[in-house]
Design a protein around this ligand. Sequence first.
Ligand code: ADP
Ligand code: MG
Length: 297
Amino acid sequence: MANNSHLDNLVVLRGLGKGATAKVKAVQDPATGAIYAAKILKSQGEALTARFREVVQNEMQSLNRIHHPNIVNLINANENGVYVKKNGSMYNCMYMLMELCPNGELFDILFQSGKFDERTTRFYFHQLIEGLEACHRAGVTHRDLKPENVLFDEAFNLKITDFGFAIAIAGRDGSGALHTHLGTEGYMAPEIHARKAYSGVSVDLFATGIILFIMYSQNPPFSKATPTEPYYRLLSNKEERFWQLHSRNKAPNYYSADFKSLITDMLTLDPAQRLTIEQIKAHPWYNGPTASAEEVG
Ligand code: ADP
Ligand code: MG
């Protein structure tokens, strides 16, 4: 074991990914042989440490509240970890141990193998909605849903991860108003861009609508959900031209009327008009044929 890096008593096996705040590595507990993903936040200076501590605590609090097959499972966390490099040098870090998702990000799968067919899109959309419903039921809104934060475990079950921006919503109905301007630009709801108070539930559903569009079309629907962005303007004005512009290199009538109506009603400019999870689940597109687990695995 001398030539391995270590995270406390865990052996570091390989890198899994990187985000804005953390490095994530596969680690093994030599006592049990179990392999986990460790999300590691290196502590560098006082200011960064305070900010990172907040991210870790935020994420731990959110994940501790939610136990669901479509949410990544948090095993434990250490705010005072030590990372020992191969050359013996060490640094302090904070880390969270999570279940390993060896099949990686939705982002990479879409990038490598292209878009999903309609039945596969629906199969994963169901899992995304189930996971999101579990978050909202637990009083947690994610606020950074995007294909980089949607992972697949070894059986290709979909798992929502990265609750660093998540927040507990006031009231179980999620009606508490939020103000913080955050998220990832292409997935942010129009009310966040407009710096209005927003409901966490409806901004998560907006981002989920964009993920749905990307799974089936492989391209983002627009660059930014502002009333003046040309593609978003076409979509929110319910103009057919939006779909024509997104039909290049696709079969004629690639987007069904049901798909168009679901996307249009999930991505409305006015959050009060946006479909709720209940309405999404009752939508005809949601209830169409889906791929089986054997087909997608
Ligand atoms: P950040 O807050 O920095 O964005 P994330 O939690 O999103 O950190 O993790 C960064 C990346 O690491 C993810 O996009 C993914 O590629 C990889 N990753 C994170 N968690 C896991 C996991 N449990 N299993 C496998 N890969 C993971
Ligand atoms: Mg991330």
